[in-house]
Write a protein that binds this ligand. Structure first.
Ligand SMILES: Cc1ncc(COP(=O)(O)O)c(C=O)c1O
Length: 411
């Protein structure tokens, strides 16, 4: 007899309780839905995925091929090869004016693993983590997986989705372990200037028990002459309680290579390596060598890409603001916009369904015009939605025309 069929009943009580506290990343789920519709032959434009449409630069690919040829195909140190850690130390110095030692650097399988390790290694039951909304989808779920409680701090469209000092202060309690800051932000594109960041780090100076998780993943994707700043740069006294996280996924068009990194106090870095040693071990050896080239090699393609991103941002913001019921501020970073769809709530879509939420808006837009966006609730803020403009300009224009048509069709 072959394997017995495992029925649903057999599985009751099988899965860990911790799994009930999380959900699959909705951004990935919506991209998958759009791909499935496409496979059925529907004409779908996906604006849900958070990755550049540009290819990985050739010098980075060549470095990986050379590493394979040299036989760099074995296990490496758990949290990164020394060559990559050196490149990261140099990057922090060059771009951020920060001095980290090799022992204060960690490398993981994507920025996501670095965040995961940082939170998993520190968050216990009862611990709170302050997360400004709209937030990147994974923060609350990782906190909950660790047994902690996400405390959501609200922002407003009128403030460009930037957290105010008072809102941060009010969210902090005696149980707060971390505050998460992400600038430029996924999903809003909001980017904090050094002065705006200083307002928030001032609050943290009043709460010495709180650590800061600074997610700088979109550091290089800024427009209009915006000057990027990171927290430890504006408030060096936070150095001993800050994990500065970054990665090559977005700026270097390397989402599939899975390399992220962080700089922080040595005891935290060691704890994260301990955790990683019992899960994935080292990030892929070949990808690490590609990342060495990304960080040490020419950086000029970033500016060329940014010029394209900026044009697309301007196109999308302008076309969305000409759509009935939508309102979209102009963000200065990342490759997302986060328009409000409040003006469409209560109206009736061509399918006959009344739009009661941002989720309804996204579902009806996909159904009637074949444009995939992510509803704001997935990022903890309604009624809004996220568009990723890291897509061919012609497709973006087409998608925005469809959005305009959809909005005009609402009764
Ligand atoms: C704000 C933010 N942080 C971290 C990550 C994780 O990046 P990676 O693909 O390197 O794991 C992402 C990816 O979408 C992101 O948007």
């Amino acid at each position: 007899m072959g394997h017995a069929f495992v029925s649903g009943n057999h599985l009751m009580g099988f899965f860990a309780n911790s799994l009930n506290r999380i959900q699959p990343a909705q951004t990935i789920a919506i991209s998958a839905k759009a791909r499935a519709l496409k496979a059925e032959g529907r004409d779908v434009i996906g604006l849900a995925a958070g990755e550049p449409d540009f290819d990985t630069p050739a010098n980075i690919k060549e470095a990986a091929i050379a590493a394979i040829r040299r036989g760099e195909t074995k296990y490496t140190d758990v949290d990164g090869i020394p060559e990559l850690k050196k490149a990261i130390v140099a990057k922090f110095k060059r771009d951020n004016g920060l001095d980290y030692k090799l022992s204060e650097i960690t490398v993981g399988t994507g920025g996501k693993q670095v965040l995961f390790n940082g939170l998993m290694a520190t968050v216990d039951h009862g611990d709170e983590v302050v997360i400004p909304a709209p937030y990147w989808v994974s923060y609350p779920d990782i906190v909950q997986l660790a047994g902690g409680t996400p405390v959501i701090a609200r922002t407003r469209l009128e403030d460009g989705y930037k957290l105010r000092q008072a809102a941060l202060d009010q969210a902090i309690t005696a149980r707060t372990k971390w505050v998460v800051l992400n600038s430029p932000s996924n999903p809003s594109g909001a980017a904090y200037s050094a002065a705006e960041l200083k307002q928030l780090t001032d609050v943290l100076m009043d709460h010495p028990h709180v650590w800061l998780l600074c997610d700088d993943m979109y550091e290089h994707l800024v427009y209009d002459g915006f000057r990027f700043a990171t927290a430890v740069e504006v408030e060096p006294r936070l150095r001993d309680r800050c994990l500065t996280m970054n990665g090559v996924s977005k700026a270097y068009c390397m989402t599939g290579w899975r390399i992220g990194y962080g700089g922080g106090p040595e005891p935290l870095i060691k704890a994260m390596a301990k955790l990683q040693s019992q899960s994935t071990s080292n990030p892929t050896s070949v990808s690490q060598w590609a990342a060495v080239e990304a960080l040490n090699g020419p950086q000029d393609f970033i500016e060329a890409n940014n010029r394209v991103f900026r044009e697309r941002r301007d196109l999308v913001v302008s076309m969305l603001n000409q759509s009935r019921g939508l309102s979209c501020p102009t963000p200065q970073g990342a490759f997302y916009v986060f328009p409000s769809c409040e003006g469409t709530i209560g109206r009736t879509a061509p399918s006959g369904r009344v739009i009661g939420s941002d989720e309804d808006f996204a579902t009806e837009l996909l159904g009637s015009e074949g444009v995939a966006v992510v509803h704001g609730a997935a990022f903890g803020m309604s009624p809004y939605f996220r568009i990723s403009y890291a897509t061919a300009t012609s497709a973006l224009e087409d998608a925005c025309q469809r959005i305009q048509r959809f909005c005009a069709s609402l009764r």
